[in-house]
Design a binder for this molecule. Structure first.
Ligand SMILES: [Fe+2]
Ligand SMILES: [Fe+2]
Length: 475
């Protein structure tokens, strides 16, 4: 079961060949996917041979194989973690009952919506990142970008498989629509806000893969608990791929900081203009990018109070992060959770039914996880003897969704007047000048082992290859 069948047109470990109708339907979708990739996937990359990992098994020890491939020939396929025939539902009103191998009629609409919403984010990020290859800081980074892109493509396959297999005609229509919406499109945008934002440069890309792919980790973790077993098994495997995406973000920002600190030390300055003049990214700009990506990403968890969140949990569709490790009753009726709101110009906490606050619970888990990485970034500054520290803004800062939407708040959590917001906004969020400056650094460096001036090289290469390995062969 853990071995993937690569002899078929669509690599899979779900015995696709035994279901001819499904196989034909997916083989019909496949060329549309390739069209989408050619149209809005990584620009100008068609002839590149890229050193990519491909899943060859779902066994956690050694599921990947590395080699140079053309991205449009990447073996996108359908890989589910092995199933457990005895698996029980372990939260919500059906706790203790057998997990579902099919979609119960009463949950069909909600499950479809959950799968479509997750599926929509996958191609969206490929679209957002499509121009970045033209300004890569190195071959190593270019390869990492492409690895993330092909795996997001595979995540789309994962959701499309569920739609085709379990949702009949509606599922097939949703699968088509996933290729028709487009990030940032006026008429047919992607479903969630952060996936319609631009990823204009590599600092934005690293922040995105650190924060927004981490949102993916938490959403997938919650779905990996689902009573709908095929969804649980497919998201578990997606999580193993997601880890690399967050690594790209965390190590990317670390390397930017390392280079900035080096320039600051060489010039003995903390003047942002001098740092910029030396071709590195000043810490203020990095902090503003962080503030933006963090706040846009925590909006993805949805409204702080949501009756949908309660329904999804109680009906077993979506659990909490690490549901199995928690020691409460896994039903949560009568329990409360603290959410924030503004009363008389002050942020105050209030207790609400926990079931309704499960978006907030997941958001808070995400916040804990992302703060940990920011302290690792600060270690880079500390080691270099730079006293400045990066911080994540208050969770009510710059929010567009939920009870905190539109509240004017400083990053350190003070409610501020319109006038103060207008005066300080350029210190708190990236400005057009910041974007223009970062854009001005984005040259294209593709000679093996060479790196753009604004970023330090990584400590080691991919899959134990040297840093100056030829990760991308330009045909
Ligand atoms: Fe993904
Ligand atoms: Fe990802």
């Amino acid at each position: 079961m853990s071995t993937i069948n690569y002899s078929e047109k669509i690599p899979n470990n779900v015995n696709l060949g035994e279901d001819r109708t499904l196989q034909r339907a997916l083989e019909g979708w496949q060329p549309n996917f390739i069209h989408w990739w050619d149209d809005v996937g990584p620009e100008g990359s068609t002839n590149y041979d890229v050193y990519l990992r491909t899943a060859v098994s779902v066994d956690p020890n050694g599921w990947a194989q590395f080699g140079h491939v053309k991205m449009r020939d990447y073996r996108w396929g359908i890989f589910l973690n092995p199933g457990d025939a005895e698996r029980k539902i372990h939260f919500g009103d059906s706790l203790g009952e057998k997990a579902w191998q099919d979609v119960p009629g009463e949950h069909r609409a909600n499950l479809r919506r959950i799968i479509v919403t997750q599926g929509d984010t996958e191609p969206a990020s490929v679209e957002q990142q499509r121009h970045l290859g033209l300004t890569c800081p190195s071959q190593y980074d270019l390869r990492n970008l492409f690895q993330v892109n092909v795996e997001e493509g595979r995540h789309l396959w994962a959701m499309v498989y569920l739609l085709h297999k379990y949702f009949g005609r509606d599922g097939r229509e949703e699968a088509e629509a996933l290729l028709q919406r487009q990030s940032g499109d006026q008429d047919h945008p992607r479903i969630l806000g952060a996936f319609n934002e631009k990823t204009p440069d590599w600092l934005a890309f690293f922040m995105f893969t650190y924060f927004t792919d981490r949102d993916g980790k938490f959403q997938l973790s919650a779905l990996a608990e689902s009573a709908f077993d095929p969804l649980a098994r497919t998201t578990k495997f997606m999580l193993t791929e997601e880890a690399h995406h967050m690594f790209v973000g965390e190590s990317g920002v670390s390397r930017v900081l390392q280079r900035t600190a080096q320039v600051m030390n060489e010039l003995k300055t903390d003047d942002p203009q001098k740092v910029r003049a030396a071709g590195a990214i000043d810490l203020g700009t990095i902090q503003r990018y962080l503030n933006f990506h963090y706040s846009v990403t925590i909006d993805l968890f949805g409204a702080d109070q949501s009756s949908n969140a309660a329904t999804f949990y109680s009906s077993g569709l979506k659990g909490r992060y690490e549901e199995g490790k928690r020691t409460d009753d896994h039903v949560l009726k009568g329990q409360t959770y603290k959410v924030l709101e503004v009363q008389n110009g002050q942020l105050v906490e209030k207790d609400v039914p926990m079931l309704n606050a499960l978006n907030e619970v997941l958001r808070d888990d995400f916040i804990k996880d992302s703060v940990a990485g920011v302290s690792r970034w600060n270690k880079v500054l500390e080691k270099a003897g730079i006293p400045t520290r990066l911080t994540v803004p208050h969770k009510a800062f710059n929010r567009q969704i939920g009870a905190l939407a539109g509240i004017k708040l400083s990053p350190d959590g003070r409610v501020v007047s319109e006038a103060e917001w207008a005066a300080k906004k350029s210190e708190w969020l990236p400005t057009p000048e910041d974007f223009a400056f970062v854009a001005s650094l984005m040259g294209r460096v593709v000679e093996p082992g060479k790196f753009a001036n604004w970023i330090a090289p990584p400590v080691m290469g991919i899959n134990r290859q040297p840093v100056d390995f030829e990760y991308v062969r330009f045909g």
